[in-house]
Design a binder for this molecule. Structure first.
Ligand code: GMT
Length: 374
């Protein structure tokens, strides 16, 4: 059995979810898991005797303009490597987590291997910042193994950063016990949605790359032809702008801003279609969550989205920004019950066949043993 340290962003977000769910699955296999993060990962909701949490604490010295989080993290990782005799550090994101792990490895006395998973934002957003390119490349190349969550992200990483070392694709997954189709039609009533009205759903952190205005314009076109509502889940920088747009279009009674929510499977249970129309998306975990609940998805032809949605089988892919095409695909599904049911079934099957959490756990586990030479 291995002793594995995991460092990630513990707050809401796909990378934090994957890091935590993977930790929980590895713990079930008998491995000892040590989360080294700024706060308890939000998905670490129940007690596991072989999961430990090491909090990175920040000291506010008057000489520093900003408290040096990355150095505090590296120091903490080094301390845990030695005290717990860790075999592996799994860093989610090259910057800052892999960089901190590399520094920690140099400081620690106990030998450790570093596995880094790229989730996208560090490559597609930070990689554009020239000053960070070299550091991201260093983080990947100095790791003992690096993985990316889609083929598209591997391609982008190689192209943008000129990374020479191998990058393994290990797809994301969902907790299949949690994300299941449910009959919760009474929930519709709570939001003032008629029993037969259709429901579209979008879940994100409301950053510009998520193209919320395309979601609203697409919905407007659907709403003109079909009695429907839009649930917007999440919060972020675009919230205010999108709120104003919805009011300007007179859609405030049918577009529901729900903010950050925990009960995503329940909300998905009343949704007919999931929308993800981003301009950058290395994977789109929210698509997989929807598919597992039997909700067909409509997405943009960007990044890893076409690797998740099987176009014409579990949903539809259209060109970025083409709100007419998105709307007509949504109407095609909403107005043809048989087709919707076929897509819904295909979506559930695709999650089981291509993104099984057990398979993905095994892929990470065998990579750990590979870097350890076992
Ligand atoms: O999308 C975000 O802004 C959040 C970010 C994160 O850290 O969770 O998401 C990235 O990682 C997810 C998990 O691997 C992927 O599903 C998202 O596609 C990816 N986001 C981007 O590439 C923009």
């Amino acid at each position: 059995m291995l002793k594995i340290g995991i460092t990630c962003y513990p707050s809401v977000g796909g990378s934090g979810i994957i890091a935590t769910e993977l930790g929980k699955m590895l713990a079930k296999q008998g491995h000892e898991i040590h989360f080294i993060t700024s706060s308890i990962p939000f998905r670490l909701d129940s007690f596991y005797p072989n999961i430990f949490f090491h909090e990175v604490e920040l000291n506010h010295y008057p000489v520093f303009q900003y408290p040096p989080y990355d150095l505090a993290l590296a120091t903490k990782i080094a301390e845990v490597i030695d005290t717990e005799q860790l075999d592996i550090i799994h860093a989610h994101y090259a910057v800052p987590h892999a960089i901190c792990a590399i520094l920690a490895k140099q400081m620690a006395k106990h030998p450790v291997k570093i596995v880094t998973t790229l989730h996208g934002t560090d490559i597609t957003v930070l990689g554009i910042d020239h000053s960070l390119k070299k550091m991201i490349q260093f983080g990947i190349e100095q790791s003992d193994a690096a993985t990316a969550v889609s083929e598209s992200l591997v391609g982008q990483t190689k192209e943008m950063l000129g990374v020479k070392s191998p990058l393994h694709v290990i797809y994301n997954f969902v907790n299949e016990l949690e994300y299941v189709p449910n009959q919760r039609h009474h929930l519709k009533q709570k939001y003032g949605i008629g029993e037969t009205d259709k429901v579209l759903i979008h879940i994100s952190n409301f950053r510009k790359v998520k193209r919320l205005e395309d979601v609203i314009h697409t919905f407007q076109k659907v709403h003109e032809k079909e009695k429907s509502h839009l649930l917007l889940i999440g919060d972020g920088p675009e919230y205010g702008r999108i709120y104003d747009l919805v009011r300007a279009l007179g859609l405030e009674n049918v577009v529901h801003f729900l903010g950050k929510q925990k009960n995503i499977p329940e909300l998905l249970s009343i949704a007919d279609i999931k929308l993800l129309l981003s301009e950058k998306e290395s994977f789109g975990l929210v698509l997989l969550e929807a598919m597992a609940c039997g909700v067909p998805c409509v997405g943009s032809n960007i990044g890893g989205i076409p690797e998740v949605i099987a176009d014409g089988e579990t949903g539809f892919i259209e060109e970025l920004g083409d709100t007419d095409a998105f709307a007509s695909r949504i109407l095609e599904l909403l107005q043809n019950k048989q087709k919707w049911q076929r897509f819904s079934k295909n979506a559930i099957n695709r999650v089981t066949n291509c993104f099984s959490s057990e398979e993905i756990r095994k892929q990470y586990e065998s990579l750990y043993y590979q870097v350890l030479g076992e």
